[in-house]
Design a protein around this ligand. Structure first.
Ligand code: NDP
Ligand code: 7N6
Length: 308
């Protein structure tokens, strides 16, 4: 593969300023330019993009600037012989820090007081409402870059950490690793269930009414993965009828979450607009991944994060 151009698709602007990405990707050898939906590609192009487009299949290599590549048709890339890489590996601090924020807010009731602040409301939560994270169990579903970061941080906070992944292989700072067929058992004792897995055929709808019913009534669901991993109606019902105590959602079924969605006003929900990974250095992290792979191509090596 010979890369003669890096084409930065305008959809990159959904995650970071386009100009910053173009500047970060500039190197001595390969020219970098911004392209829109009308652009065409050939077998000497690398496309850096947030969203998929059919025309990208004409390029040599497409780099998705997200860890999740569920919107990309991997089979079509294989059939076209177009290389597809993703951006896993760069979210090990940002997303886990956000998760610790959700857990701390729920335990220390910070989201409740922030809601009351606008009304100058001094009302204190009931005596038995606040709790400490220390000593509570967290179940981390997906133990990759993000899940490991969540495990490390929650372990450091004195929590009991269990996890789930298909391989069932042990993970650092995780006391017990379950496989997906043991999900019921994995969540049963957890005060928090944190979803850090990809959206796949296997994980779509994984958190349904039956699984929510297995969770403790005083437990919280955190979704930093993808909206469809959770069955929307099942979660809304579980929040309404007290099957679980609350949920923090960064990933949603439809984005932006519609104005009239019941979650916006739900007192036991924390809603963030898919920003768990936000950082002012995002463009630099992506550029480092792309540049590493440009160098690998020059050396004739296999690409990092290749998914097709
Ligand atoms: P990784 O590929 O590093 O980790 C994914 C983990 O999920 C692996 O441990 C994998 O292990 C596990 N996994 C896969 N299938 C299942 C399953 N059926 N049940 C349980 N675990 C499973 O990805 P990242 O940690 O970088 O990102 C994970 C996901 O988080 C992304 O795919 C994306 O959807 C989302 N994300 C969201 C962000 C946000 O802004 N909210 C930011 C970045 C990512 P194994 O193969 O052994 O199953
Ligand atoms: C954009 C991060 C991912 O999969 O959903 C996230 O990487 C997007 C800042």
């Amino acid at each position: 593969m010979d890369i003669a151009r890096i084409a930065v698709h305008e959809s990159v602007a959904k995650a970071c300023p386009l100009e910053a990405m173009v500047a970060a990707l500039q190197g001595p050898d390969v020219p970098v330019e911004t392209v829109g939906d009308d652009a065409s590609f050939d077998a000497s192009d690398c496309v850096v993009t947030f969203s998929p487009r059919e025309a990208f299949l004409d390029a040599a290599w497409v780099h998705g600037i997200r860890a999740g590549y569920d919107e990309f048709d991997v089979d079509a890339y294989e059939a076209a012989g177009t290389v597809l890489t993703n951006s896993t590996g760069i979210h090990g601090d940002t997303v886990p820090e956000t998760v610790v924020g959700y857990l701390t807010a729920f335990a220390r009731r910070l989201h409740v007081y922030r809601d009351r602040q606008g009304d100058s409301d001094w009302t204190q939560e009931p005596y038995d409402a606040p709790f400490t994270l220390t000593g509570e169990q967290v179940c981390v579903v997906g133990l990759g870059t993000i899940g490991q970061g969540v495990a490390d941080r929650t372990d450091a906070l004195g929590m009991d950490v269990v996890g789930v992944r298909r391989s069932g292989d042990p993970a650092e700072n995780v006391e017990r690793v379950y496989t997906p067929d043991e999900l019921d058992a994995a969540v049963a004792d957890a005060r928090f269930v944190v979803l850090c897995c990809p959206l796949t055929e296997e994980t779509e709808g994984m958190v349904d009414a039956a699984l929510l019913a297995q969770m403790r009534a005083d437990s919280y669901l955190v979704n930093v993965a993808r909206g469809p991993v959770v069955v929307e109606d099942a979660l809304l019902n579980a929040l309404d009828d007290g099957t679980i105590a609350g949920a923090a959602l960064d990933a949603h079924w439809e984005e932006p979450l519609p104005d009239d969605h019941p979650l916006w006003d739900h007192e036991s929900a924390i809603v963030t607009p898919h920003v768990a990974a936000s950082t002012s250095r995002y463009h630099e992290d992506i550029a480092a991944l792309v540049q590493e792979n440009v160098e690998r191509i020059d050396r004739g090596e296999s690409l990092r994060n290749r998914v097709a």
